[in-house]
Design a protein around this ligand. Structure first.
Ligand SMILES: NC(=O)c1ccc[n+]([C@@H]2O[C@H](COP(=O)([O-])OP(=O)(O)OC[C@H]3O[C@@H](n4cnc5c(N)ncnc54)[C@H](O)[C@@H]3O)[C@@H](O)[C@H]2O)c1
Ligand SMILES: [Zn+2]
Length: 365
């Protein structure tokens, strides 16, 4: 079957559209812009890689201004935001203007935050171009930057006017970045959709990338799950959104221990395994389910980062997690391949002892 050309979703805070090609999403894009003067903000490198897409935008919106800058996780900072603000002021962006954010999660977080405070807040439209940005970073309205003390510590809740995700932009995404998104896809299956997890488990990253229909299936399913969970708790009141943090307590700690040299996706993959082992020890999850998760992580080529990490240093690093209350470490245990164990806020303690035992369980497999 031909893949559908576009899928419209909502996450309760803003609309989200997945389109097979950027050109195919022209009407939706122009409706989202709503006749405002636009400033296309993107990474310098990406403006070259996605030159045809940028040309289309410029043609469709006469008078559009292109603002490019170097990006990357290390440049997701207040200093970069300030530089971007100065560029926008010099280019004449005013309160009627709209920012179009083109890029991965770093650019969407940085430019979304900038839009949120520029002249007390102007609208932006997000055009995510990485797998992580499409199914995660661009959805839900959270924006922000890193500081030397940690990631995403300064920011705003500033939802985009719309998210328009063109699937064809993924063609140029490096394999390593694609894999980063796959960790979140596997997480989506594990927290909410056993059939999706089984579907992923029966495939390989290469096979999914090669097959446009499979890619459509995967991205649309993950976007739908993220939208649904955000929609159930748009302002993060009930703690429902914590299910999106499965694998992330240990994952974030692994990133922190590596001084952020480890990729987020690789860290989350090991985090999912380590936390699943803890859930087995606590009687929430069956051992067979842990084995199934471990097998997929192998097939997908994720490095076993958990092997190198010292549980006590990991526990120390995990104390910084934003889910924590007081000095305890919280995590979200799974109950099966497709569901979490506890009601909202879904969290329970991850003690250093449990971390150590979970590690022993993983080693003994
Ligand atoms: N706000 C949120 O709710 C939220 C959620 C998840 C992640 N995030 C943030 O997202 C960021 C990670 O996002 P990311 O993985 O997209 O990182 P990223 O923006 O750095 O993109 C990864 C790399 O891929 C390149 N790239 C992007 N699209 C491309 C394309 N189509 N073709 C070729 N290259 C392309 C980028 O230039 C970059 O080198 C982190 O900073 C994280 O904190 C935010
Ligand atoms: Zn993540």
């Amino acid at each position: 079957v031909e893949p559908p050309r576009s899928l419209s979703l909502s996450c309760g805070v803003h609309p989200v559209t997945l389109t097979a090609t950027f050109e195919g999403g022209k009407d939706g894009f122009l409706a989202a812009i709503d006749g405002r003067p636009i400033f296309i903000c993107t990474e310098r490198r990406l403006a070259k890689i996605l030159a045809p897409l940028v040309s289309h935008m410029m043609e469709w919106c006469p008078g559009a201004v292109l603002v490019t800058f170097p990006a990357g996780e290390r440049l997701k900072t207040r200093a970069s935001k300030e530089r971007l603000e100065d560029r926008l002021l010099e280019s004449g962006a005013d309160r009627r203007s709209l920012l179009v954010v083109l890029g991965g999660g770093v650019v969407t977080d940085l430019v979304g935050f900038t839009a949120g405070t520029y002249q007390r807040g102007i609208p932006f439209v997000s055009v995510p171009t990485s797998l992580v940005a499409m199914e995660d970073a661009a959805i839900g309205g959270k924006t922000g930057v890193n500081t030397t003390r940690g990631k995403n510590l300064v920011g705003l809740f500033h939802p985009p006017a719309a998210v328009i995700a063109p699937l064809d932009t993924l063609e140029t995404l490096p394999g390593r970045e694609f894999r980063a998104g796959l960790a979140e896809c596997l997480k989506h299956g594990l927290i909410a959709d056993s059939a999706y997890f089984a579907w992923l488990a029966a495939r390989s990253p290469a096979r999914i990338r090669r097959d446009p229909e499979a890619l459509w299936q995967m991205v649309s399913t993950s976007m739908t799950i993220k939208c649904r969970v955000v929609g159930e708790d748009p302002l993060e009141r009930s703690g429902r959104r914590n299910i999106l943090n499965v694998g992330h307590t240990v994952g974030h700690a692994l990133e922190r221990l590596s001084d952020y040299r480890t990729g987020h996706g690789d860290a989350v993959a090991s985090g999912l395994l380590w936390e699943a082992a803890a859930a087995v020890l606590e009687g929430h999850l069956r051992k067979e389910d842990l084995d199934a998760i471990a097998e997929v992580m192998g097939t997908y080529g994720f490095p076993g980062l958990w092997r190198e990490a010292d549980p006590d240093r990991l526990a120390e690093a995990a104390r910084w997690d934003k889910k924590n209350r007081s000095s305890k470490i919280a995590y979200v245990p799974l109950a099966g391949l497709g569901r979490v164990a506890l009601p909202p806020p879904h969290t329970t303690d991850l003690t250093p002892g449990l971390l150590r035992e979970a590690r022993i369980l993983l080693e003994g497999r």
